[in-house]
Every structure is written in structure tokens, then in C-alpha cells.
Design a protein around this ligand. Structure first.
Ligand code: AFP
Length: 313
């Protein structure tokens, strides 16, 4: 039985999306058991970029790799793998994935997620991913939270499917998520204030000024520490997210990875009527120079993203 209601999933991509959802449903069950199962948040090593790996990071990567091999994926690029893996040499697709994003939240029962991006496979494995983000043919995330859900775009709007615990299938909940133009909330890790660039500091101070400042409206603040949780909140009720470059060593291009975090979120947000930039330039016009390259990310309600870009001029 398919793991997802096939409604609105393009026929040629269905095996890939179905494999992602079947694995997502399996992970949802593992995550829901929390400490009753194996220690999911236990440190088990480092990935190729020196980030600490949790047990669930490794488990998720292994499950997705195995599920995608028979589903038509030729090139598999994962945050947890140093190089691109060839799964099915006859496959038509190149899929990039952050198998488990938000690992720091695993042990405290906060929403975490899987992020993926799909291109048509090019002959060369790595070159399949080092291309303009606008060439993505699909992108999405699976959120493991109070609901387990899939937000996905195939280039004709952003769709929402929810895993129905009664059927074990992802069912269509919305054909067109729509991000409000105006925002009442902004998200940035405020502990990094002393490291920010002047335009970022200026924007945050505008938000903090509320009705007494240039915005003329009070804003609220959220920081979950889980990109999937922030993105879903913003796709649902608007807002702005910033993970900019800052003065810390290694954060010259922010923290988030272009290929399997920034580019897919930008595609989803733009398809829902929002905007996504590196602070100034649209993400979809950019491309990664290396597989695990970082990219500054600002996305959300178009009025706010435009204001941030103006402050960068
Ligand atoms: P982890 O997967 O290491 O927890 O990182 C999560 C993340 O990539 C993204 O989901 C968050 O928005 C961001 O990092 C949080 O970064 P800070 O810990 O610097 O706030």
C-alpha cells in the first residue's frame, strides 16, 4: 500500500516521494518512542564537516539511502555522507537530503525534520547538485512533531500532506500553502547579536522598536533551533527567518547548507508566495560551489525579506 495519497504527486516522481514518506512514517514511530527505544540523541561521531552526529542522524541516513535505491535515485547527496553515492546507475534523479535536521532537539521532544531536494540526474554525480537552485524539480520536508507532515513542491505551489495515525498514510491537507505577505514574528538566534553585520542588526532593532519604531507595529520573536519547525510556522502564519553570515570563525556564510537545507526551503517558500535570499540575492538564482557549502539564509513574508535586502544595499 502506498505511503502517500497519490493525489497531486507527479507520476514519474511518485516512487521517490513514496519511498521518502514510507521512511518518514517509520522514523516517526521511532522518534515517538523516544527514550523507550535506543538512545536517539547519543553522540556517535562526527560527519564529514566535523558536525557532531547523533544516533538518529546515522539511522535516518541509512534508512533513506536504502529506501531510495529502488525508487529511481541515481545520485544521493547526504549531510551525513562526505561524497555523493550512486544508488541506481539507471535512475533519473539526483536527491540531496538532510536526513535529520535539528538534532539538538532530539532529546527534548521538540519538532525535528528531514529536508530533501530533487534534480534531474546529470551524468556527473557531484555536478548534479552544483547548479542553480532554480533547476530543482521538487523539494520538501517531513516534520516529526505533534503532527508528522510533508510539505512538498513540484513547481506548481506548495502542498501539505499529514500522516494520518489511523491509516498510516500521508493524506492531502492543502493544495496550496500560502505565506502571508506581512509578518508579526521574526526568528534569529539572538545570542549572536554581537557577531551580526550592520544590516542584520538594523533590521532586528527595527523589529524590537515595535509601535515606537519605524515599523509602527509590535513584532513577536521565536527561535526553535530547528529549521523545519521554523519553516513550517512561517509557511503557515507568516514571519521572517534569518540565519545570516556573522563574525564567528566558520560562520562567514552562516550555518545552513546550500544544497540540502537552503535551496529546498527557498523553493518551498517561493512556491508559497514568500521570498528567500542570502540577505540580498534570491537563493534560487544561486548555486553551491561545493557539496557541503554553507549559505546565509533569509526567508519569509515578502515585505520583510524586501526590507532586509534594502538594508543590505
Ligand atoms: P542541528 O541539526 O545541529 O541541531 O542544527 C540545526 C540547524 O541546522 C537548523 O535546523 C537550525 O535552524 C540551526 O541549526 C540552529 O542553529 P543554532 O544552534 O546556531 O541556533
Amino acid at each position: 500500500m502506498p505511503a502517500i495519497d497519490p493525489a497531486l504527486v507527479p507520476e514519474d516522481l511518485f516512487p521517490v516521494i513514496d519511498a521518502l514518506c514510507a521512511t518518514g512514517a517509520q522514523l516517526s514511530g521511532v522518534i515517538a518512542r523516544g527514550p523507550l527505544g535506543q538512545s536517539l540523541g547519543a553522540g556517535v561521531g562526527e560527519n564529514s564537516d566535523g558536525d557532531q552526529q547523533k544516533a538518529l542522524d546515522v539511522m535516518a541516513d541509512e534508512l533513506f539511502e536504502a529506501a531510495l535505491k529502488p525508487a529511481g535515485v541515481r545520485h544521493y547527496a547526504s549531510e551525513e555522507q562526505e561524497v555523493v553515492l550512486t544508488l541506481d546507475p539507471e535512475g533519473a534523479y539526483a536527491l540531496a537530503i538532510d536526513p535529520l535536521d535539528g538534532s539538538s532537539n532530539i532529546d527534548v521532544n521538540v519538532t525535528i525534520g528531514t529536508i530533501f531536494s530533487i534534480f534531474q540526474a546529470a551524468e556527473d554525480a557531484t555536478a548534479s547538485f552544483l547548479r542553480p537552485a532554480s533547476e530543482q524539480i521538487a523539494a520538501g520536508y517531513i516534520a516529526y512533531g505533534p503532527q508528522t507532515l510533508l510539505a512538498v513542491t513540484f513547481g506548481a505551489g506548495t502542498l501539505l500532506y499529514v500522516l494520518d495515525p489511523e491509516t498510516g498514510r500521508f493524506s492531502l491537507a492543502s493544495e496550496a500553502m500560502s505565506l502571508p505577505e506581512a509578518a508579526r514574528e521574526y526568528s534569529i538566534n539572538a545570542s549572536n547579536r554581537r557577531h551580526w553585520t550592520a544590516p542584520v542588526l538594523a533590521y532586528v532593532e527595527e523589529c524590537e522598536g515595535g509601535t515606537q519604531g519605524s515599523k509602527g507595529k509590535d513584532m513577536n520573536f521565536r527561535w526553535v533551533g530547528s529549521l523545519v519547525a521554523e519553516t513550517h510556522r512561517i509557511l503557515t502564519r507568516g514571519g521572517t527567518f534569518l540565519y545570516p553570515s556573522d563574525a564567528r570563525k566558520g560562520y562567514e556564510k552562516g550555518r545552513l547548507r546550500m544544497v540540502y537545507e537552503v535551496a529546498p526551503m527557498a523553493f518551498l517558500v517561493e512556491q508559497a508566495g514568500g521570498q528567500a535570499t542570502d540577505g540580498k540575492t534570491p537563493i534560487l538564482s544561486l548555486q553551491a560551489g561545493a557539496l557541503h557549502e554553507r549559505c546565509p539564509l533569509v526567508f519569509g513574508s515578502s515585505e520583510e525579506v524586501a526590507r532586509i535586502a534594502a538594508l543590505h544595499d
